[in-house]
Design a protein around this ligand. Structure first.
Ligand code: PMT
Length: 402
């Protein structure tokens, strides 16, 4: 998908600029051509020589460079690309894009372009969550700027939180998805997929809730992998730190009942993958904050939540052709997964060991077994993204056979 694509990479001034050389290498490996604009601030982190050497092209820096203007010109530079990628996109360049400011080569190219733009934000967590940045982000999205990341984790400033630039493979995947979508390509083209992801929060009172340790990493990766194969994906996400994947329709919910409602509204679809860790029960919610009274231990009255997977699997006109559940088990993994498949009447179950130490809940890797109507496939331990890609490929193959 990236073969012969022309990418204008704008490297702005953040520590994540050090990922630019690897990004260029990986893009070129896939057959894309990369031309770089390096901002003045970006040049504090990576040299123009490095970007020029790796891209095999000149690295453009100065709006008022007479030679560059005569040879190429900033307008041509901004138009001779299939997409402009800003990575890293700092809070500053995002604000300038919103304001339409054009005080250097990068911002001028962004204002002058008639091509699609994708940004990979990278900044301190407080800068990212600041209402100004979030408002800028919303404005950019409303102007059809694609956004990849950021993700949560350790930040270069020493703080922890959202603001890490998406990793190189995620940026490559987002670009691939973008080009696939513009061309309407991929083996799942024309199919609709519904994916659930993350935990649900079940309120106890206005300030407390019951939750679980699901991060949404696995479910979000499944949504991305299906979209990459051309499916039109709706992702119903419980509360997570994961960024909304670009090119996927994301519906945010909090409780199991809200998740059920959002899933029902997303029907009809061809494929459903239930990767969310939905709370089985919800407490009777107190209208006011429960008061602590000395010597008294409150008890919670729980009622059963709707089972989304079982509901979607029920025979009927809106049943997706393929319904896939996940089974989170701490013992007798495969036997319990087989029993879950029979009980919930879904087609496949992805069984994962979530016992303490497995790292499946919240971690980056997963060891799964795919239980279908014809047998059990045990996959090696893989990154969650690789699990998702393999599952999406299996889904595509099953539709091709049909
Ligand atoms: O989010 P991560 O940190 O990346 O972790 C991934 C994961 C471990 C959460 C994921 O891989 C996983 O196993 N998800 C299913 C967790 C779960 O709730 O398993 P379960 O065995 O309790 O439920 C079985 C299936 O029924 C699941 O598909 C679940 O989405 C579904 N279910 C459960 C209860 C309910 N009320 N409605 C449902 O749809």
């Amino acid at each position: 998908m990236l073969e012969n694509r022309r990418i204008l990479l704008i490297v702005a001034g953040g520590i994540a600029a050090v990922k630019a050389p690897d990004l260029i290498r990986r893009l070129r490996e896939r057959g894309a051509s990369v031309r770089c604009i390096l901002t003045k601030a970006g040049a504090h982190f990576v040299t123009p020589l490095t970007l020029a050497a790796l891209s095999g092209d000149k690295c453009y820096q100065d709006l008022f460079d007479l030679k560059d203007e005569a040879e190429m010109g900033h307008i041509r530079l901004s138009r001779e690309a299939d997409i402009i990628l800003v990575a890293p996109a700092t809070a500053d360049i995002m604000a300038k894009m919103v304001a339409g400011q054009a005080d250097d080569l990068a911002t001028t190219a962004l204002l002058a372009t008639d091509k699609p733009v994708m940004i990979a934000p990278s900044m301190n967590v407080m800068m990212w969550t600041h209402p100004a940045t979030q408002a800028n982000l919303a404005t950019l999205k409303s102007r059809d700027v694609r956004v990849v990341g950021p993700s949560a984790g350790d930040l270069a400033c020493g703080e922890v939180g959202n603001g890490r630039m998406a990793e190189v493979p995620e940026i490559i995947a987002a670009l691939t998805r973008f080009f696939q979508k513009t061309e309407g390509e991929g083996p799942l083209k024309g199919l609709r997929a519904l994916v659930t992801s993350g935990p649900t929060h079940e309120p106890i009172d206005p300030v407390r809730y019951i939750a679980n340790r699901s991060s949404g990493k696995q479910g979000h990766a499944v949504a991305v992998a299906l979209a990459e194969l051309g499916a039109s994906v709706t992702l119903v996400a419980g509360p997570t730190q994961e960024a909304d994947p670009d090119g996927v329709n994301v519906i945010h919910v909090e409780t199991a009942k809200q998740m059920m409602k959002a899933c029902s509204e997303a029907l009809p679809c061809d494929i459903a993958v239930c990767a969310a860790a939905v709370a089985d029960w919800s407490p009777e919610k107190a209208l006011q904050k429960m008061k602590k009274e000395p010597g008294k231990t409150p008890s919670l009255t729980l009622s059963e939540n709707p089972d989304i997977l079982a509901t979607l699997s029920q025979p009927g006109p809106t049943r997706p052709q393929l319904v896939v559940g996940f089974a989170a088990e701490t013992e007798n993994l495969i036997e319990n997964a087989k029993a879950k498949r029979a009980k919930k009447k879904c087609d496949w179950v992805v069984a994962n060991d979530v016992s303490p130490g497995s790292g499946a809940f919240g971690g980056d890797s997963n060891t799964v077994h795919l239980v279908t109507g014809t047998g059990v496939e045990s996959w090696p331990t893989l990154r969650k993204r690789a699990v998702a890609e393999r599952l999406a490929e299996r889904i595509a193959t099953s539709f091709q056979r049909q």
